[in-house]
Design a protein around this ligand. Structure first.
Ligand code: ADP
Ligand code: MG
Length: 252
């Protein structure tokens, strides 16, 4: 990512298409974690990815992020090869990557500062996002003063304030208690509605996958299943999703 030239603002209305073709994923020197993977994530789609621990969920996400080169095959964004991290793909992990010496506001402004967005516009965007994640009162605080849920809200605001075309999330709510987690899921559904960004969301929680996803990818088997709309939180009790839920659980 270059910091010497101003990057064009990414288009918030259009999500990127992400695709893997005959992809062989893994770590250099090791045996492949996933082989011959074909996967297409449509522009603006929310794809949730589930699979047993160690099956390669994080490896997949790091590959899409451009942090891990393929061992074989192709990984593309809008048809062009992904060869490294890009400002239009935002990442969100379970353990927050906030800069401890920057205030909440300055953390949210970071992707815009990197892109040389003018200060006024940067501040407006950060104020808007502080409001959306209900942290306006904490704007001037340092991250260590916040709870785990609040820090994840800052991460989410930072990821989306940069108007990414794709958001890659690796079990971002995995460390939160059930109540905070449910609140974060609702917030995410709410904020994603307006962004148009393509989302790949890794989780080991089948109900989270069904609640957030337009489709659910079962990484261990390579199947991708459509989730009936409207999406429901209580998948187990809704006939349309109960069978789907059982099928996903059986794959884990
Ligand atoms: P998941 O996120 O589904 O739990 P990972 O993608 O983290 O699984 O790991 C998939 C496989 O890749 C595991 O066998 C793991 O041991 C291996 N792996 C993960 N990270 C590395 C690494 N940095 N170097 C070598 N092997 C790794
Ligand atoms: Mg993982």
């Amino acid at each position: 990512m270059s910091t010497t030239t101003a990057l064009p603002a990414t288009d918030p209305a259009i999500g990127a298409e992400l695709a893997l073709e005959r992809a062989e994923l893994g770590h250099r020197g090791g045996s492949p974690v996933l082989g011959a993977l074909d996967l297409r994530v449509a522009p603006g789609e929310v794809l949730t990815v589930v699979g047993p621990s160690g099956c390669g969920k994080s490896t997949l996400l790091r590959t899409l992020a451009g942090l891990l080169p393929l061992l074989g095959g192709e990984v593309t964004q809008d048809g062009g090869p992904i060869t490294g991290p890009g400002a239009d793909r935002a990442l969100l992990f379970q353990h927050d990557a906030l800069l401890p010496w920057r205030t909440v506001r300055a953390n949210i402004e970071l992707p815009l500062a990197i892109r040389r967005t003018p200060r006024g516009e940067r501040r407006r965007a950060a104020s808007d996002w502080l409001g959306r994640v209900e942290l306006s009162a904490h704007a001037a605080e340092l991250p260590h003063r916040l709870s785990g849920g609040q820090r994840q809200r800052v991460q989410l605001a930072r990821a989306l304030a940069g108007r990414p075309r794709a958001v890659l999330m690796d079990e971002p709510f995995g460390a939160l208690d059930a109540h905070t987690r449910a609140g974060m899921q609702d917030l995410l559904v709410d904020v994603l509605r307006d962004t148009g960004a393509t989302v790949v969301f890794v989780t080991h929680d089948v109900d989270e996958a069904l609640h957030l996803g337009d489709r659910v990818a079962l990484l261990a088997t390579g199947q991708v299943l459509a989730v009936p709309h409207p999406r429901q939180r209580n998948a187990a009790e809704v006939p349309a999703t109960a069978a789907l839920r059982r099928r996903i659980l059986a794959s884990l």
